[in-house]
Design a protein around this ligand. Structure first.
Ligand code: HMG
Length: 388
């Protein structure tokens, strides 16, 4: 049976820092960021936004189309959890008015968990085809100021409806995995910023790609040459270029640099303007491919490499469905990115340094986001979300 992504919608904050502003403040050449890491802007959440509001805003167009009762469950992938016990998806479930006879759970494994959620959702739909599952990946990427990771921050959420006879991408059941206990990137519970061994993390990413690919070729008859485009996890754009060159080398593809670039370039455009959004990142890259490719992608096979530090990695593929263009939210996404406000360095620092109150008092949050949902207050340690 055919199972996969029926609809995909993403959301990010309405404000960003251009990396040239960061470079100017640091007294370095902006091309280190624009060309060296392949990033241009990073989205910064406003004070009344978090993974819940980003997620609800991403999922709203899907829920409005299929209806609130059509969704059988919500799998919420994040590594920016707002609570050690309660799943962020439960707040989203209320904000979207989903049926109370549905299942909600939160999943964590760094940037990888959205892929686990999709595979679980595919298995659930294969068991009960009439019951689509909503998968949401939502994250805010934060690193220490003045650290090499600072320029790779960002935020975003992506919502995907997993169903039978999907309109966008049929996901093949064969996958290749690699898991290894490594400390390349982690965030202890007492820290709000990730710790990272940057250079090591890129090496482990590439090693995991090679191992996942080797495992994939043992599981699947699909060859490198059968794959038309490649979506890689995107901590920054240059990582995908390094990854794709390596995979081509491993497969002795003999492609020119231009041919390699064509297979990944459309996947990079949205992330270049958003930054890392951890779990959401690769799937925003998939949107970017589907919505920016100059070719009709119908029947094209996409290879997807999902990487979560720590680490768990997975290579899998999907085939784009004829007529997929009608299921996209291209105009909404491009308007969202176009209409954002640029932050000054001082405004960026102010947002960066803001910390949610922890004293148990009643704190109203300033109305900043343009989205349909906002975090209105934190009161008695409870987050109060409202719909507009
Ligand atoms: P860095 O060490 O400051 O950068 O930060 P660099 O000095 O290596 O320079 C980067 C590139 O820019 C180099 O090119 C330079 O040559 C070039 P490369 O050798 O890589 O091809 N460059 C210039 N280019 C043009 N004009 C110039 C110029 N100057 C230099 N003027 C680092 C890089 C990745 C370490 C940093 O960004 C970082 O720590 N990032 C965070 C960690 C990360 O993203 N790791 C990626 C793999 S792990 C992963 O993907 C998982 C993750 O998403 C988390 C999760 O799973 O939850 C992070």
């Amino acid at each position: 049976m055919s199972v996969g992504i029926d609809e995909v919608s993403f959301y990010t904050s309405g404000q960003f820092l251009d990396l040239k502003t960061l470079a100017q403040h640091q007294g370095i050449d902006p091309n280190k960021y624009y060309d060296g890491i392949g990033q241009e802007k990073m989205a910064m959440p406003s004070l009344d936004e978090d993974i819940v509001t980003l997620a609800a805003n991403a999922a709203l167009p899907i829920v409005e189309r299929v209806g609130r009762d059509a969704i059988a469950g919500l799998l919420f992938a994040t590594e920016t959890g707002i609570d050690q016990s309660k799943a962020a998806g439960v707040y989203v479930h209320r904000l979207l008015g989903l049926n109370s006879n549905s299942r909600v759970v939160e999943l964590k494994q760094a940037c990888y968990s959205a892929t686990a959620a999709i595979q679980m959702a595919c298995a659930m739909v294969a068991r009960q085809p009439a019951r689509p599952i909503l998968v949401i990946a939502s994250d805010v990427a934060r690193y220490d100021l003045q650290s090499p990771g600072e320029a790779t921050q960002g935020c975003g959420a992506v919502a995907m409806l997993i169903s039978d006879n999907p309109r966008i991408l049929e996901i093949a059941p064969e996958v290749g995995n690699h898991t290894e206990d490594v400390m390349d990137f982690w965030r202890p519970n007492y820290r709000s910023n990730a710790l990272v061994d940057g250079k090591y993390s890129t090496k482990i990413y590439l090693k995991s790609l090679k191992r996942s690919w080797e495992n994939f070729t043992e599981q699947s008859s699909v060859t490198y040459a059968d794959i038309d485009y490649f979506c890689y996890h995107l901590p920054f754009g240059k990582m995908a270029q390094k990854a794709h060159s390596q995979l081509a080398r491993v497969n002795k593809s003999g492609q020119t640099p231009e041919q390699l670039e064509q297979q990944i370039e459309p996947t990079l455009l949205y992330n270049r303007a958003i930054g890392n959004s951890y779990t959401a990142s690769m799937y925003i890259g998939l949107c970017s491919l589907l919505e920016n490719s100059s070719q009709d992608l119908s029947a094209k096979r996409i290879g997807l490499f999902s990487y979560g530090s720590g680490c768990v990695a997975e290579f899998f593929t999907g085939v784009v469905q004829p007529g997929y263009q009608a299921a996209l939210h291209q105009q909404k996404h491009q308007r969202l990115l176009r209409e954002r406000t640029e932050l000054s360095y001082e405004e960026y620092l102010k947002l960066y340094h803001y910390a949610n109150p922890t004293d148990g008092g009643h704190h109203e949050l300033p109305e900043q986001t343009q989205g349909n949902f906002r975090l209105a207050a934190i009161s008695e340690h409870k987050r109060e979300y409202i719909a507009r």
